[in-house]
Design a protein around this ligand. Structure first.
Ligand code: SF4
Length: 417
Protein backbone atom coordinates (compact mmCIF):
# COMPACT_ATOMS: atom_id res chain seq x y z
CA UNK A 1 0.00 0.00 0.00
CA UNK A 2 1.14 3.55 -0.65
CA UNK A 3 1.36 5.60 2.54
CA UNK A 4 2.07 9.29 3.11
CA UNK A 5 2.84 10.87 6.46
CA UNK A 6 4.54 14.09 7.55
CA UNK A 7 5.80 15.87 10.63
CA UNK A 8 6.06 19.58 11.30
CA UNK A 9 9.64 20.56 12.04
CA UNK A 10 9.51 21.69 15.66
CA UNK A 11 13.16 21.05 16.53
CA UNK A 12 14.64 18.05 18.27
CA UNK A 13 12.28 15.10 18.67
CA UNK A 14 11.22 13.94 22.10
CA UNK A 15 10.01 10.58 23.41
CA UNK A 16 6.41 11.56 22.68
CA UNK A 17 7.29 11.87 18.97
CA UNK A 18 9.14 8.59 19.03
CA UNK A 19 6.34 6.56 20.57
CA UNK A 20 3.55 8.50 18.84
CA UNK A 21 4.96 8.51 15.30
CA UNK A 22 8.45 7.18 14.61
CA UNK A 23 7.96 3.73 16.15
CA UNK A 24 4.94 3.24 13.90
CA UNK A 25 6.81 4.48 10.81
CA UNK A 26 9.57 1.95 11.46
CA UNK A 27 6.97 -0.80 11.31
CA UNK A 28 5.13 0.63 8.29
CA UNK A 29 8.20 1.03 6.11
CA UNK A 30 8.82 -2.72 6.35
CA UNK A 31 5.42 -3.51 4.90
CA UNK A 32 4.41 -0.61 2.65
CA UNK A 33 5.64 1.94 0.14
CA UNK A 34 6.11 4.95 2.41
CA UNK A 35 6.58 8.67 1.75
CA UNK A 36 7.68 10.54 4.87
CA UNK A 37 8.06 14.30 4.63
CA UNK A 38 9.14 17.22 6.75
CA UNK A 39 6.13 19.53 6.65
CA UNK A 40 7.89 22.90 6.70
CA UNK A 41 4.97 24.75 5.08
CA UNK A 42 2.71 23.43 7.80
CA UNK A 43 5.09 24.83 10.40
CA UNK A 44 4.20 28.29 9.05
CA UNK A 45 0.49 27.94 9.73
CA UNK A 46 0.98 29.02 13.33
CA UNK A 47 4.65 30.07 13.40
CA UNK A 48 4.82 32.41 10.45
CA UNK A 49 6.04 35.37 12.51
CA UNK A 50 9.33 33.87 13.51
CA UNK A 51 11.05 31.60 11.01
CA UNK A 52 14.65 32.14 12.07
CA UNK A 53 14.94 28.63 13.56
CA UNK A 54 13.18 26.82 10.74
CA UNK A 55 16.34 25.57 9.00
CA UNK A 56 17.81 24.40 12.29
CA UNK A 57 14.54 22.64 13.15
CA UNK A 58 14.58 20.86 9.79
CA UNK A 59 18.19 19.83 10.36
CA UNK A 60 17.40 18.38 13.79
CA UNK A 61 14.47 16.48 12.33
CA UNK A 62 16.65 14.97 9.62
CA UNK A 63 19.18 13.87 12.22
CA UNK A 64 16.55 12.40 14.53
CA UNK A 65 14.67 10.49 11.83
CA UNK A 66 17.83 8.87 10.56
CA UNK A 67 19.23 8.24 14.04
CA UNK A 68 16.00 6.41 14.94
CA UNK A 69 16.51 4.13 11.97
CA UNK A 70 14.07 5.49 9.38
CA UNK A 71 15.52 3.90 6.28
CA UNK A 72 15.90 5.84 3.01
CA UNK A 73 16.38 2.53 1.18
CA UNK A 74 12.83 1.61 2.12
CA UNK A 75 11.06 4.99 2.25
CA UNK A 76 11.09 8.22 0.26
CA UNK A 77 12.21 10.95 2.65
CA UNK A 78 11.71 14.52 1.51
CA UNK A 79 11.04 18.12 2.41
CA UNK A 80 7.58 19.45 1.58
CA UNK A 81 8.57 22.89 0.30
CA UNK A 82 10.97 21.23 -2.17
CA UNK A 83 7.98 19.83 -4.06
CA UNK A 84 6.11 22.94 -5.21
CA UNK A 85 3.33 20.80 -6.69
CA UNK A 86 1.91 20.39 -3.15
CA UNK A 87 1.15 24.12 -3.17
CA UNK A 88 -0.29 24.05 -6.68
CA UNK A 89 -2.62 21.17 -5.90
CA UNK A 90 -3.61 22.82 -2.62
CA UNK A 91 -4.58 25.98 -4.55
CA UNK A 92 -6.66 23.97 -7.01
CA UNK A 93 -8.33 22.05 -4.17
CA UNK A 94 -9.12 25.33 -2.40
CA UNK A 95 -11.20 26.29 -5.45
CA UNK A 96 -13.47 23.28 -5.00
CA UNK A 97 -13.59 23.12 -1.19
CA UNK A 98 -16.61 24.79 0.40
CA UNK A 99 -15.54 27.18 3.17
CA UNK A 100 -17.99 25.55 5.59
CA UNK A 101 -16.07 22.24 5.39
CA UNK A 102 -13.13 24.03 6.96
CA UNK A 103 -15.01 26.15 9.46
CA UNK A 104 -16.89 23.09 10.72
CA UNK A 105 -13.74 21.01 10.87
CA UNK A 106 -13.69 19.91 14.53
CA UNK A 107 -9.93 19.97 14.85
CA UNK A 108 -9.84 23.64 13.81
CA UNK A 109 -12.37 24.45 16.52
CA UNK A 110 -10.68 22.17 19.02
CA UNK A 111 -7.32 23.79 18.42
CA UNK A 112 -8.82 27.16 19.15
CA UNK A 113 -10.52 25.70 22.21
CA UNK A 114 -7.19 24.32 23.47
CA UNK A 115 -5.38 27.62 22.96
CA UNK A 116 -8.01 29.57 24.85
CA UNK A 117 -8.38 26.95 27.54
CA UNK A 118 -4.63 26.66 28.09
CA UNK A 119 -4.39 30.38 28.51
CA UNK A 120 -7.24 30.46 31.02
CA UNK A 121 -5.91 27.50 32.97
CA UNK A 122 -2.34 28.82 33.13
CA UNK A 123 -3.55 32.27 34.14
CA UNK A 124 -5.80 30.97 36.92
CA UNK A 125 -3.41 28.28 38.13
CA UNK A 126 -0.67 30.89 38.13
CA UNK A 127 -2.68 32.50 40.91
CA UNK A 128 -3.28 29.10 42.50
CA UNK A 129 -2.77 30.21 46.10
CA UNK A 130 -5.68 32.61 45.91
CA UNK A 131 -7.86 29.99 44.23
CA UNK A 132 -7.25 27.39 46.90
CA UNK A 133 -7.77 29.93 49.69
CA UNK A 134 -11.12 31.04 48.33
CA UNK A 135 -13.91 28.84 49.74
CA UNK A 136 -15.22 26.86 46.77
CA UNK A 137 -18.90 25.95 46.31
CA UNK A 138 -20.08 22.57 47.52
CA UNK A 139 -19.45 20.15 44.65
CA UNK A 140 -15.98 21.53 44.02
CA UNK A 141 -15.26 21.40 47.75
CA UNK A 142 -16.41 17.76 47.98
CA UNK A 143 -14.31 16.79 45.00
CA UNK A 144 -11.27 18.37 46.63
CA UNK A 145 -11.93 16.47 49.85
CA UNK A 146 -12.39 13.18 48.02
CA UNK A 147 -9.39 13.74 45.76
CA UNK A 148 -7.90 10.29 45.38
CA UNK A 149 -4.49 10.25 43.84
CA UNK A 150 -5.10 13.59 42.17
CA UNK A 151 -3.71 16.95 43.18
CA UNK A 152 -6.05 19.84 43.94
CA UNK A 153 -4.90 21.62 40.83
CA UNK A 154 -5.86 18.56 38.74
CA UNK A 155 -9.38 18.65 40.20
CA UNK A 156 -9.55 22.37 39.52
CA UNK A 157 -8.40 21.82 35.93
CA UNK A 158 -11.13 19.25 35.36
CA UNK A 159 -13.79 21.65 36.59
CA UNK A 160 -12.37 24.51 34.63
CA UNK A 161 -12.26 22.48 31.44
CA UNK A 162 -15.90 21.55 31.82
CA UNK A 163 -16.95 25.15 32.49
CA UNK A 164 -14.94 26.46 29.59
CA UNK A 165 -16.18 23.73 27.28
CA UNK A 166 -19.74 24.89 27.90
CA UNK A 167 -18.86 28.54 27.28
CA UNK A 168 -16.76 27.82 24.17
CA UNK A 169 -19.18 25.53 22.38
CA UNK A 170 -22.23 27.68 23.13
CA UNK A 171 -24.46 28.32 20.15
CA UNK A 172 -23.86 32.07 20.16
CA UNK A 173 -20.09 31.77 19.79
CA UNK A 174 -17.87 32.00 22.86
CA UNK A 175 -20.06 32.97 25.81
CA UNK A 176 -17.57 35.14 27.74
CA UNK A 177 -20.29 36.58 29.99
CA UNK A 178 -21.54 33.12 30.97
CA UNK A 179 -17.97 31.97 31.53
CA UNK A 180 -17.28 34.84 33.91
CA UNK A 181 -20.51 34.28 35.83
CA UNK A 182 -19.91 30.54 36.20
CA UNK A 183 -16.33 31.03 37.37
CA UNK A 184 -17.52 33.52 39.95
CA UNK A 185 -20.19 31.08 41.12
CA UNK A 186 -17.37 28.65 41.75
CA UNK A 187 -16.03 31.03 44.34
CA UNK A 188 -12.97 32.21 42.46
CA UNK A 189 -11.47 35.59 43.13
CA UNK A 190 -13.49 38.22 41.23
CA UNK A 191 -10.58 40.43 40.20
CA UNK A 192 -8.57 37.50 38.83
CA UNK A 193 -11.52 36.03 36.94
CA UNK A 194 -12.38 39.39 35.37
CA UNK A 195 -8.80 39.91 34.29
CA UNK A 196 -8.49 36.40 32.78
CA UNK A 197 -11.76 36.63 30.82
CA UNK A 198 -11.02 40.18 29.64
CA UNK A 199 -7.63 39.05 28.32
CA UNK A 200 -9.31 36.19 26.47
CA UNK A 201 -11.95 38.46 25.01
CA UNK A 202 -9.75 41.36 24.00
CA UNK A 203 -6.18 40.03 24.00
CA UNK A 204 -4.01 38.29 21.46
CA UNK A 205 -4.77 34.68 22.44
CA UNK A 206 -5.67 32.72 19.33
CA UNK A 207 -5.15 35.74 17.05
CA UNK A 208 -2.07 34.17 15.46
CA UNK A 209 -4.18 31.39 13.99
CA UNK A 210 -6.87 33.66 12.57
CA UNK A 211 -5.33 33.40 9.13
CA UNK A 212 -6.40 31.95 5.80
CA UNK A 213 -3.38 29.60 5.92
CA UNK A 214 -4.41 28.15 9.23
CA UNK A 215 -8.05 27.71 8.27
CA UNK A 216 -7.04 26.05 5.01
CA UNK A 217 -4.26 23.81 6.27
CA UNK A 218 -6.43 20.66 5.94
CA UNK A 219 -6.63 21.50 2.21
CA UNK A 220 -2.83 21.57 2.03
CA UNK A 221 -2.82 18.28 3.94
CA UNK A 222 -5.21 16.80 1.38
CA UNK A 223 -2.82 17.91 -1.38
CA UNK A 224 0.17 16.40 0.49
CA UNK A 225 -1.59 13.06 0.55
CA UNK A 226 -3.38 12.98 -2.77
CA UNK A 227 -0.54 14.25 -4.90
CA UNK A 228 1.08 10.83 -4.46
CA UNK A 229 -2.29 9.04 -4.75
CA UNK A 230 -1.75 7.61 -1.28
CA UNK A 231 -4.05 4.81 -0.25
CA UNK A 232 -3.60 5.15 3.49
CA UNK A 233 -2.45 7.67 6.10
CA UNK A 234 -1.32 6.75 9.63
CA UNK A 235 -3.15 9.02 12.08
CA UNK A 236 -4.13 9.45 15.70
CA UNK A 237 -7.81 9.63 16.55
CA UNK A 238 -7.76 13.45 16.62
CA UNK A 239 -6.68 13.54 12.97
CA UNK A 240 -9.60 11.48 11.68
CA UNK A 241 -11.68 14.52 10.58
CA UNK A 242 -8.77 15.66 8.39
CA UNK A 243 -8.65 12.36 6.59
CA UNK A 244 -12.39 12.49 6.10
CA UNK A 245 -11.96 15.94 4.57
CA UNK A 246 -9.23 14.60 2.27
CA UNK A 247 -11.59 11.86 1.13
CA UNK A 248 -14.36 14.40 0.52
CA UNK A 249 -12.04 16.61 -1.54
CA UNK A 250 -10.91 13.58 -3.57
CA UNK A 251 -14.54 12.60 -4.17
CA UNK A 252 -15.47 16.11 -5.22
CA UNK A 253 -12.54 16.41 -7.61
CA UNK A 254 -13.23 12.98 -9.14
CA UNK A 255 -16.90 13.77 -9.70
CA UNK A 256 -16.24 17.27 -11.12
CA UNK A 257 -13.40 16.38 -13.51
CA UNK A 258 -11.96 12.91 -13.80
CA UNK A 259 -11.39 9.88 -11.62
CA UNK A 260 -7.80 10.62 -10.60
CA UNK A 261 -7.54 10.33 -6.84
CA UNK A 262 -8.07 7.34 -4.56
CA UNK A 263 -9.91 7.92 -1.28
CA UNK A 264 -7.21 7.20 1.30
CA UNK A 265 -7.98 5.16 4.40
CA UNK A 266 -7.04 6.27 7.90
CA UNK A 267 -4.70 3.82 9.64
CA UNK A 268 -5.28 4.35 13.33
CA UNK A 269 -2.02 4.49 15.26
CA UNK A 270 -1.87 3.09 18.75
CA UNK A 271 -0.06 5.54 20.98
CA UNK A 272 1.77 4.49 24.12
CA UNK A 273 0.85 6.63 27.11
CA UNK A 274 3.94 8.68 27.83
CA UNK A 275 3.24 11.88 29.74
CA UNK A 276 5.65 14.78 30.13
CA UNK A 277 7.74 15.33 33.25
CA UNK A 278 4.87 17.16 34.93
CA UNK A 279 2.23 14.57 34.03
CA UNK A 280 0.71 16.67 31.21
CA UNK A 281 1.00 15.76 27.52
CA UNK A 282 4.66 15.81 26.49
CA UNK A 283 5.29 19.00 24.55
CA UNK A 284 8.14 21.36 23.75
CA UNK A 285 5.90 24.30 24.65
CA UNK A 286 5.23 22.90 28.15
CA UNK A 287 8.95 22.48 28.70
CA UNK A 288 8.28 18.98 30.04
CA UNK A 289 9.92 16.80 27.40
CA UNK A 290 12.74 14.26 27.36
CA UNK A 291 14.52 14.59 24.02
CA UNK A 292 16.03 11.73 22.06
CA UNK A 293 19.24 13.76 22.02
CA UNK A 294 19.37 14.48 25.76
CA UNK A 295 22.68 13.39 27.27
CA UNK A 296 22.74 10.80 30.04
CA UNK A 297 23.16 13.33 32.85
CA UNK A 298 20.29 15.47 31.55
CA UNK A 299 18.04 12.39 31.38
CA UNK A 300 18.98 11.52 34.99
CA UNK A 301 18.12 15.03 36.16
CA UNK A 302 14.87 15.16 34.21
CA UNK A 303 13.71 11.78 35.52
CA UNK A 304 14.52 12.83 39.10
CA UNK A 305 12.36 15.94 38.60
CA UNK A 306 9.33 13.94 37.42
CA UNK A 307 5.99 14.18 39.17
CA UNK A 308 4.96 11.04 41.04
CA UNK A 309 1.84 9.87 42.87
CA UNK A 310 0.80 13.23 44.43
CA UNK A 311 -0.53 11.51 47.56
CA UNK A 312 2.83 9.99 48.35
CA UNK A 313 4.59 12.68 50.35
CA UNK A 314 6.97 10.59 52.49
CA UNK A 315 8.83 7.38 51.75
CA UNK A 316 6.70 5.67 54.40
CA UNK A 317 3.44 6.56 52.55
CA UNK A 318 2.06 3.77 50.42
CA UNK A 319 2.07 4.76 46.74
CA UNK A 320 -0.21 4.08 43.81
CA UNK A 321 1.62 3.32 40.52
CA UNK A 322 -1.68 3.63 38.62
CA UNK A 323 -1.62 7.42 39.02
CA UNK A 324 2.14 7.88 38.77
CA UNK A 325 3.67 9.19 35.51
CA UNK A 326 6.99 7.51 36.40
CA UNK A 327 5.27 4.15 36.34
CA UNK A 328 3.84 4.89 32.87
CA UNK A 329 7.47 5.04 31.74
CA UNK A 330 8.34 1.79 33.52
CA UNK A 331 5.60 0.13 31.43
CA UNK A 332 7.68 0.92 28.34
CA UNK A 333 11.29 0.86 29.45
CA UNK A 334 11.43 -1.68 32.29
CA UNK A 335 11.23 -5.45 32.01
CA UNK A 336 8.14 -7.24 33.33
CA UNK A 337 9.57 -8.77 36.47
CA UNK A 338 11.33 -5.59 37.66
CA UNK A 339 8.17 -3.61 36.94
CA UNK A 340 6.01 -6.06 38.90
CA UNK A 341 8.47 -5.78 41.78
CA UNK A 342 8.32 -1.96 41.71
CA UNK A 343 4.53 -2.08 41.61
CA UNK A 344 4.38 -4.29 44.70
CA UNK A 345 7.03 -2.38 46.62
CA UNK A 346 5.50 1.00 45.80
CA UNK A 347 2.09 -0.09 47.10
CA UNK A 348 3.70 -1.35 50.33
CA UNK A 349 6.03 1.64 50.78
CA UNK A 350 9.08 -0.60 50.39
CA UNK A 351 10.75 1.48 47.69
CA UNK A 352 11.36 5.22 47.64
CA UNK A 353 10.53 7.36 44.60
CA UNK A 354 14.18 8.36 44.16
CA UNK A 355 15.30 4.73 43.89
CA UNK A 356 12.39 3.96 41.57
CA UNK A 357 13.38 6.87 39.34
CA UNK A 358 17.02 5.79 39.29
CA UNK A 359 15.96 2.41 37.86
CA UNK A 360 13.92 4.20 35.22
CA UNK A 361 16.72 6.63 34.30
CA UNK A 362 19.11 3.71 33.80
CA UNK A 363 16.65 1.88 31.52
CA UNK A 364 15.77 5.02 29.62
CA UNK A 365 19.43 5.81 29.00
CA UNK A 366 19.95 2.26 27.75
CA UNK A 367 17.17 2.86 25.21
CA UNK A 368 18.47 6.31 24.16
CA UNK A 369 22.16 5.50 23.95
CA UNK A 370 22.16 3.96 20.41
CA UNK A 371 20.11 6.93 19.13
CA UNK A 372 22.55 9.40 20.71
CA UNK A 373 25.49 7.54 19.21
CA UNK A 374 23.93 7.52 15.75
CA UNK A 375 23.11 11.22 16.06
CA UNK A 376 26.77 11.99 16.71
CA UNK A 377 27.83 9.95 13.70
CA UNK A 378 25.33 11.81 11.47
CA UNK A 379 26.34 15.22 12.81
CA UNK A 380 29.96 14.54 11.83
CA UNK A 381 28.99 14.15 8.16
CA UNK A 382 25.78 16.11 7.88
CA UNK A 383 26.10 16.93 4.15
CA UNK A 384 26.01 13.25 3.28
CA UNK A 385 22.74 12.82 5.20
CA UNK A 386 21.22 16.01 3.79
CA UNK A 387 21.85 14.49 0.38
CA UNK A 388 19.45 11.67 1.27
CA UNK A 389 16.68 14.23 1.63
CA UNK A 390 17.69 16.07 -1.54
CA UNK A 391 17.52 12.82 -3.50
CA UNK A 392 14.22 11.93 -1.83
CA UNK A 393 12.80 15.35 -2.67
CA UNK A 394 13.82 14.93 -6.34
CA UNK A 395 12.15 11.50 -6.44
CA UNK A 396 8.96 12.84 -4.81
CA UNK A 397 8.97 15.80 -7.21
CA UNK A 398 9.16 13.52 -10.23
CA UNK A 399 6.09 11.59 -9.14
CA UNK A 400 4.19 14.69 -8.02
CA UNK A 401 4.84 16.50 -11.30
CA UNK A 402 3.55 13.55 -13.32
CA UNK A 403 0.35 13.46 -11.30
CA UNK A 404 -0.04 17.23 -11.57
CA UNK A 405 0.06 16.98 -15.35
CA UNK A 406 -2.97 14.70 -15.18
CA UNK A 407 -4.73 17.13 -12.83
CA UNK A 408 -4.08 20.13 -15.08
CA UNK A 409 -5.28 18.16 -18.07
CA UNK A 410 -8.45 17.07 -16.27
CA UNK A 411 -9.17 20.69 -15.31
CA UNK A 412 -8.31 22.05 -18.77
CA UNK A 413 -5.50 24.16 -17.39
CA UNK A 414 -2.35 25.24 -19.17
CA UNK A 415 0.23 22.45 -18.96
CA UNK A 416 3.66 24.04 -18.86
CA UNK A 417 5.71 20.86 -18.48
S1 SF4 B 1 7.77 4.46 43.90
FE1 SF4 B 1 7.82 4.79 41.70
S2 SF4 B 1 5.81 4.20 40.97
FE2 SF4 B 1 5.65 4.51 43.19
S3 SF4 B 1 4.99 6.63 43.42
FE3 SF4 B 1 7.23 6.62 43.56
S4 SF4 B 1 7.93 7.02 41.49
FE4 SF4 B 1 5.77 6.40 41.35
Amino acid sequence: MKIVSGMRPTGRLHLGHYFGVIKNWLKLEDQHQCYFFIADWHALTNKYKDTKNLQEDIKQMIIDWLACGINPEKSTLFIQSGVKEHAELSLLFSMITPKSWLELNPSYKDLKFNLYYQYLRDFLLGKQIKIIQTPPPKPFKEALKEADGKSKSKIFEEYLREIFHRAFYSQKGIDFKGLKETLLKFGLNKKIVEEAVKNLEEGDVGKDIDTLGFLAYPVLQAADILIYKAEAVPVGEDQLPHIELTREIARRFNSLYEQIFPEPEAMLTEEAKLPGLDGRKMSKSYNNAIYLSDEEQIVNEKVLSMKTDPQRIRKTDKGNPDVCPVFDYHKIFTDDSTRADIDKKCRNAEIGCVDCKKILAKNLNRFLEPIREKRKEIEKDLDKYYQIFIEGTKKAHLEASQNMKKVRKAMNLFNIE
